[in-house]
Design a protein around this ligand. Structure first.
Ligand code: ADP
Ligand code: ASP
Ligand code: MG
Length: 476
């Protein structure tokens, strides 16, 4: 059975949902082997309509600032957009039923926004309740649209199958409960040859309070569903041809990577390749399920990227380069002459206490530098660290992470990389033990130049035959 996840741009409007229907129909036709025990499903997981989550969170922000009128205006626009998109449901009765649901959800949202506007405070719990409307609404529309186009589909309420802890806005799935809930809700639909449609990103705690898995979390939902139900493949349908050699929003001339290992994909996602949520690969690894990244605008002529446990050997040292901005470097210098025993542990305990993850770490005898991108607790972190150390911070930094299984066999790679980077000042460098990646930290303003230089050196002018890279056709 296959899990097909469609991201925001793949459900952005009526035309996008019509393309989705064509893609699901093709998958279903491939699946129709009535006597086969490996029923390919599929199960469909969808994001909110493209850009809608930002807008829902905008409603919450306006309500929190006491701008009730602004919040209501945004809610009205969201309601109108969803009703318009629901026009893709051709069956009149089905459409009327979905419209009635949408009106109830948006009436409720308006009431919540009004109440929060009076309180002028939006807790993470309310942020989740508001953001979740996006996926709950889009999944209802898509389920009815599929049914009305002759593909018997059933809406599955994500709050009844994705069981999470209560860490609002970044909830963690509880696998045993989620597995049991999915088996109870989804297996009977598959047995009846229906297509289950689930909103991604959304879950609920054991006591039924709505939660979300964090921004971009629909990919993670799809992987969790796939792992819990023993899928044979997880497909991530998006707006680019696959995993690209670098972020197309930062540089041009990028290429599609046809095949990645799980380890490479995890590193790339963690260090900024937005096309995959960083947690997506974990459930796939645990059940060894192949993941494919595919372009919903070119479903039948762009083969996409295949991600599996191992990948065919390649002559290229580098597979792809991920990057992210919005990074802060924190330099921590011990106030004692030498780093005392236990100093590192004390430092990391502080980050742990404030639930802030550290990405890159470098140390010298008296100092430690770390990068973080979640600055919510930085003032408290700094003042706690100042009890044992001198602390400085530098904002507006960027991380570049060069990833490739081939790095391990290329002794000259680091010197070539540094040569390519040239005169760009490097703030930190780190090579992981597995030697599958090299990460360095630079000023955010230097990112486009640096990425261009690295990409030109290792991809554009690498002189390798095009055995394992394809040029990209932009679909937008
Ligand atoms: P979706 O809404 O389908 O989940 P996202 O916007 O979350 O899509 O992710 C797709 C986007 O990720 C692409 O449009 C691209 O701009 C961005 N991206 C960043 N780095 C990469 C990369 N290395 N490969 C592919 N896409 C990338
Ligand atoms: N809609 C959510 C977001 O925009 C989740 C997702 O699209 O994956 O973050
Ligand atoms: Mg995404």
């Amino acid at each position: 059975m296959v899990v097909m996840k469609f991201g925001g741009t793949s459900v952005a409007d009526r035309a996008a949902i019509e393309r989705l229907i064509g893609i699901v129909r093709a998958e279903r036709q491939a699946a129709i082997q009535p006597e086969s025990r490996d029923w390919r499903g599929p199960i469909v997981v969808v994001s909110a309509l493209g850009g809608a989550t930002d807008r829902f969170l905008g409603v919450a922000a306006e309500a929190g600032a006491g701008d009730v009128e602004g919040a209501k205006e945004n809610t009205r626009a969201l309601r109108a957009r969803h009703i318009e998109v629901a026009g893709v449901i051709t069956d009149t009765a089905e459409r009327a039923a979905v419209e009635a649901h949408l009106h109830r959800e948006f009436d409720e949202l308006e009431r919540i926004a009004g109440a929060l506007g009076v309180l002028r405070e939006v807790s993470p719990r309310w942020l989740d309740a508001i953001a979740a409307v996006g996926e709950l609404a889009s999944s209802r529309i898509v389920a009815a649209a599929l049914s009305s186009h002759g593909l018997a589909a059933s809406w599955v309420d994500a709050r009844r199958v994705m069981v999470t802890d209560r860490e609002h806005t970044a909830a963690l799935p509880q696998f045993p409960e989620t597995r049991a809930a999915l088996a109870a809700q989804v297996d009977p639909l598959l047995a009846a040859r229906r297509v289950p449609v689930i909103g991604g990103f959304v879950g609920a705690s054991r006591d039924g309070i709505t939660t979300t898995l964090g921004r971009g979390g629909s990919d993670y939902s799809a992987a969790i569903v796939g792992a819990c139900l023993g899928a044979s493949e997880i497909q991530i349908w998006t707006d680019v041809d696959g995993m690209l050699t670098a972020d197309p929003r930062v540089i041009s001339g990028v290429q599609v990577v046809p095949h990645l290992s799980f380890a490479e994909a995890s590193e790339l996602a963690y260090f900024g390749a937005k096309v995959l949520h960083p947690a997506t690969i974990q459930p796939a690894v645990s059940e060894n399920i192949p993941v494919k990244i595919l372009n919903s605008r070119r479903p039948f002529d762009a083969p996409g990227t295949l991600i599996t446990r191992d990948r065919p050997p390649t002559r290229k040292p580098l597979t792809a380069v991920a990057s992210k901005t919005g990074v802060t470097v924190v330099d921590i210098t011990s106030t004692r002459m030498l780093m005392a025993h236990g100093f590192l542990q004390r430092i990391f305990d502080v980050f742990e206490r404030f639930k802030t993850s550290v990405d890159v770490v470098t140390t010298s005898e008296v100092s430690v530098s770390v990068t973080i991108d979640d600055r919510r607790h930085l003032p408290e972190i700094i003042s706690t660290l100042e009890e044992v150390a001198e602390v400085t911070r530098e904002d507006d930094m960027a991380i570049i992470c060069a990833v490739g299984e081939g790095l391990q066999n290329d002794p000259t790679f680091v010197s070539e990389l540094l040569h390519a980077i040239g005169d760009v000042p490097i703030r930190m460098v780190s090579q992981a033990a597995a030697r599958r990646n090299i990460t360095f930290v630079i000023r955010a303003g230097d990112l486009p130049t640096t990425l261009t230089r690295v990409h030109e050196r290792f991809f554009t002018h690498a002189g390798f035959p095009a055995e394992d890279a394809r040029p990209v056709e932009r679909s937008l």
